[in-house]
Ligand binder design. Structure first.
Ligand SMILES: Nc1nc2c(ncn2[C@@H]2O[C@H](COP(=O)(O)OP(=O)(O)OP(=O)(O)O)[C@@H](O)[C@H]2O)c(=O)[nH]1
Ligand SMILES: [Mg+2]
Length: 317
């Protein structure tokens, strides 16, 4: 525990604890039902545990891995009391996640030597892309970085206005055109402007889209191609935003989207309003693409760098 205390700010931890409250309450009430009247972890308890994990949106594959690990301990220890189950679960989930080479960052960072660092944000409708962009701009600006936003969601006038509101709130410049204009052209202008201003970070908002809408997916490729006329290795990161409150749907979106585009990082939002926060455990176990950020509220400070140790610590606190 002292390790966690040393690394993580208590403020961040409190926000995370609060953000995960619904998930925890639901999980532990199910868990206590799963072991009711049992003093020992036996096959019945393991079956129930499997159900608890699956119904907490951890996902079937990751659930099976966790239950296997616990089964192994049961066969080793002969007698495992149910009062220890909590602690053991915590250890096994932490152990499982520690095998994945991700979720280790503790602070918002941009890659070295990329100026401007270009981040493109994608995902389906309403998952929290624009909000996440506003929160990220705030964090980077706080570090003294010069941030420029690009309103390449030209689908609705409200989308441009919404990004403008965030730009005003964070006090960073925004590049925009009229509704209906070509997103690639907005992205191009944004990068040009960023280079001229000697900006450090560019974040490009895009319209919500489904992975199976071919023309919209092609639009993303075009946006990328056109950006490369200004910054030849842009975008440096493509962040897929997933709405954690949709549980298994978020999982499915991650699967489909990562097949269709070159997404290289994930953000899972709205963990505060849901009991489905277990999905983060499943997603970080199942995907090669790292969960970089988690959204734990609507406020400007409510985006965190995902750290698996901290997450498990908050979950089992
Ligand atoms: N509670 C909570 N709400 C969030 C979080 N992130 C985003 N939201 C809310 O989710 C709603 C949709 O967010 P947007 O940022 O507009 O989502 P979007 O993906 O840009 O949506 P489109 O542009 O329409 O595709 C807004 O009401 C946000 O305030 C979060 O972490 N927690
Ligand atoms: Mg948006």
């Amino acid at each position: 525990m002292s390790l966690f205390k040393r690394i993580f700010s208590s403020e961040k931890k409190e926000t995370l604890d609060k953000g995960l409250e619904k998930t925890k309450t639901s999980f532990f009430s199910k868990l206590s039902k799963a072991v009711a009247g049992k003093s020992k972890v036996d096959n019945d308890v393991l079956d129930n545990l499997e159900e608890v994990l699956v119904s907490s949106d951890v996902g079937v594959d990751t659930t099976l891995k966790i239950v296997d690990r616990i089964e192994e301990r049961v066969s080793r220890d002969k007698y495992l009391g149910t009062e220890e189950l909590n602690k053991i679960l915590r250890e096994e989930i932490a152990g499982l996640l520690s095998e994945t080479n991700q979720g280790e960052d503790v602070d918002f960072v941009t890659p070295q030597g990329k100026k401007p660092y270009v981040l493109m944000v994608v995902g389906v409708n309403g998952v929290g892309k624009t909000t996440t962009i506003g929160k990220l701009a705030y964090q980077f600006k706080k570090q003294g970085k010069k941030v420029v936003l690009g309103a390449a969601d030209t689908f609705r006038a409200a989308a441009i206005d919404q990004l403008q509101v965030w730009a005003d709130r964070v006090d960073v410049p925004i590049v925009k055109q009229q509704m209906g204009s070509d997103p690639a052209s907005v992205a191009f202008d944004t990068l040009k402007s960023a280079v001229t201003q000697d900006a450090d970070v560019v974040i490009i908002d895009t319209a919500g889209r489904l992975h199976n809408k071919v023309n919209l997916m092609n639009e993303l490729s075009k946006v990328k191609r056109v950006m490369q006329k200004v910054v030849d290795d842009a975008p440096h990161d493509v962040l897929l935003v997933l709405d954690g409150s949709t549980g298994q749907n978020a999982f499915e979106q991650a699967k489909q989207f990562t097949k269709a585009t070159e997404v290289n990082s994930l953000a899972v939002t709205k963990l505060d309003g849901t009991a489905k926060g277990g999905v983060v455990i499943g997603i970080s176990d199942q995907f090669q693409i790292p969960v970089k950020y988690i959204g734990v509220g609507e406020g400007i400070e409510d985006l965190q760098v995902f750290n698996k140790y901290e997450f498990v610590d908050s979950f089992f606190k």
